[in-house]
Design a protein around this ligand. Structure first.
Ligand code: GCU
Length: 671
């Protein structure tokens, strides 16, 4: 049975604030709306403000109090899916008004206000109206939880939704919803994209009642519930012979199934679909396109305001390693570009950040700069499958910021990924970010206590990509660990440098992989080299890297200019990606004058040293922070050090044995 009772408060750990920061109005909260989510906003206000004032406070619906904090909803008929998430906070004499365009917007306004009070930022908005509209219309988390209770790529225990094919409702699930709302999440997919036999039944009466309870809970916070569905459901549940999207019986089957879902759950959000990918069924079986598949579902969902989120993680996972022309990196673009403009307006394509699979370093997927007439959503992995599995510290916000800031040149300069996935580039209504979540039933939710910064940061970044990675880190630390300046500085430094450190001891220069097959933690340089997954480094005695230029797979041509030329030119290609795009001799000189082989040796030695330094910084915090947190992170750091050493020695030895070139600094490389 999973751990449903023992859990920390995570970042919602409001504590009493200094008396001089308290204002008279804080305890007088007036709710001027009967909206269900506005009521939640008032309750949230009372709970967290109560903790800050160390007093029990209750909201009133009576306007006579003064000074007060007034919570209001001002609906606006012209609002769309994004602008109805706008709120403002304003000070009038000694009172504050928090005004949202919807109950959800008000709730977000309340969380913003509480944050300002707790972090001592309230003065900043005195004398001016603080207005806010989230950047991404949709800010989704994807659970890869399976109904047997396991979590695919879960590194913090078991599912707190399911066990043994049952779905549970309890305090922990309730608290979870609150945590998600507090960082601005507005949609949750509760089951794995790989929909196995039992999960196929989530859209049937076997589970719909309990799914409705979840939907009601999420709805209380203004969040929508989505389900991952099995494209072959008409065959598995309806005994049809096919699941061909153009077959009229198949269409009728979905029509009925979807109508029933909405009968039970009128607020249902829609479907997430992984089709024709890694063994999952899909439209290709019937010679149909992904637009045929997605639109079939979209037509029915549209009747109820539902969405289809269709994943683009479609590639040939049965490749022959001898074949150097087929390139997995090309696959999404090759499959989906020709379909641009053919998807219904309630279909969103969910695109992984890179063309491969959440490696520590990848170029940004060319899909973002390619598609122009299709709703797009950026998928990132908060769960650290390839980035240390919540054992090693790897703060991912700097990576996601780089991706959002990447200029695709789709419509000339300034066409950043952020502009595209927030809908600003093409005026799309449905778009945003999806994050594969890193939670489980561990007491601290995320295994490594510091991994919660990635979850917190994901929500905050999707709301407001103008926040810096460092600001987000500092904010999270002050809620979760300590408000003392030197502690905040130290932990922020640890988080801030952790991705770069991880990259140093991992696979070099953008080549990726080199991980233990299946588990994806720890090094196995040739683990995937002769396998079917399309993930090769092509190292031989002369050099390493994949030629993705015209003389190789031609992948570079999927980018707009100037990227196409920059990536194709080994002298101009960003060095952190050079082996992703080029096969280079070990003796090739990088811009620093260092050879590729020397760069590999150096970074792997440095990576280990940096982990040692991180441990030193952490050890200085002993006695100054919560013991549970201190011990948890120290234990993880010790495992990280072993991992880094293993990576260093295996990578260095592997390449030394391939090329026979000595380390210029004569350090220990095992022969
Ligand atoms: C990765 C991951 C799988 C997952 C897949 C996906 O390949 O290892 O566990 O199912 O991505 O995103 O669909």
């Amino acid at each position: 049975m999973f751990n449903s009772t023992n859990y920390t408060k995570c970042w919602l750990n409001y504590k009493a604030i200094d008396a001089e920061k308290v204002r008279e109005c804080f305890a007088n909260v007036i709710l001027m709306s009967a909206d269900r989510v506005a009521i939640t906003a008032a309750e949230e206000y009372c709970e967290h403000m109560g903790a800050m004032l160390d007093a029990k406070i209750e909201y009133s619906t009576d306007i006579e109090y003064e000074p007060a904090v007034c919570l209001q909803v001002e609906e606006d008929d012209d609002c769309d899916a994004l602008t109805n998430q706008s709120f403002y906070i304003e000070k009038n004499e000694d009172s504050y008004a928090i005004v949202g365009k919807s109950g959800y917007a008000l709730l977000q306004g309340v969380y913003a206000f509480l944050r300002m009070v707790y972090l001592g930022d309230l003065e900043k908005i005195d004398g001016q109206r603080y207005e806010f509209t989230p950047s991404m219309p949709l800010r989704i988390v994807n659970h890869w939880d399976d109904m047997d209770g396991s979590i695919e790529r879960g590194y913090s225990g078991r599912s707190f939704f399911y066990d043994n094919y049952e779905m549970f409702y309890n305090d922990r699930v309730e608290y979870y919803a609150k945590l998600m709302a507090s960082i601005g999440i507005n949609a949750i997919v509760i089951n794995n994209v790989n929909v196995h036999q039992n999960e196929t039944y989530l859209i049937t009466d076997r589970y719909l009642e309990i799914v409705r309870k979840y939907s009601d809970l999420f709805g209380k916070y203004g969040m929508k519930l989505f389900l991952s569905v099995n494209f072959a459901a008409p065959m598995e549940l309806g005994n049809l012979e096919v699941s061909d999207p153009l077959d009229s019986d198949v269409c009728k089957w979905w029509e009925k199934a979807i109508a029933h879902v909405y009968e039970v759950i009128p607020e249902f959000g829609g479907f997430l679909v992984k089709a024709d990918s890694e063994g999952r069924p899909g439209p290709f079986t019937y010679g149909r396109t992904h637009a045929d598949g997605a639109n079939m579902l979209a037509r029915e969902l549209k009747k109820y305001g539902g969405l289809v989120i269709w994943r683009c993680f479609v590639y040939n996972c049965g490749q022959d390693w001898r074949d150097t022309k087929t390139d997995r990196a090309r696959a999404a673009y090759d499959h989906f570009m020709e379909l641009d403009g053919t998807f219904d307006d309630n279909v969103i394509l969910q695109i992984k950040n890179g063309p491969m699979d959440f490696q520590v370093r990848e170029p940004v997927s060319p899909m973002f700069g390619g598609l122009k007439k299709t709703n797009m959503m950026l998928e990132v992995q908060i769960a650290q499958e390839y980035t240390g599995q919540q054992i090693d510290l790897c703060y991912l916000i700097p990576m996601w910021k780089e991706i959002l800031e990447f200029d695709t040149f789709a419509e000339g300069e300034g066409s950043t990924v952020e502009k595209i996935v927030s809908g600003k580039a093409y005026g799309n209504k449905y778009c945003g970010m999806a994050g594969v979540i890193n939670t489980g039933d561990d007491e601290n939710w995320t295994g490594n206590e510091l991994a919660a910064a990635n979850l917190y940061g994901y929500g905050r970044l999707a709301m407001d990509p103008s926040l810096s990675a460092e600001d987000i880190a500092r904010e999270w630390i002050r809620f979760s660990i300590s408000k003392e300046d030197d502690i905040v500085d130290d932990v922020a430094k640890l988080l801030g440098g952790s991705w770069a450190t991880y990259e140093k001891y991992n696979a070099p220069l953008g080549i990726g992989w080199m991980v233990t097959p299946h588990y994806h933690y720890g090094p196995d340089i040739d683990g995937y080299e002769y396998d079917r997954w399309g993930t090769y480094h092509r190292a031989d005695l002369h050099g390493i890297g994949v030629d993705r230029t015209d003389s190789g797979t031609g992948y570079v041509n999927q980018y707009n200019e100037p990227w196409r030329n920059i990536y194709a030119d080994r002298d101009r290609c960003p060095e952190e990606l050079i082996l992703f795009f080029h096969h280079l001799p070990y003796t090739y000189e990088l811009k620093t004058g260092k050879t590729v082989i020397q760069y590999i040796y150096d970074t792997h030695f440095e990576g280990v040293e940096e982990v040692r330094e991180m441990i030193g910084v952490w050890k200085n915090l002993e006695g100054r922070i919560d013991r549970r947190i201190y011990d948890n992170v120290l234990e993880r750091f010790e495992r990280q050090l072993n991992n880094a050493i293993e990576w260093r020695d295996r990578v260095n030895t592997y390449f030394y044995r391939k090329c026979g070139i000595d380390d210029a600094k004569n350090r220990k490389i095992f022969r």
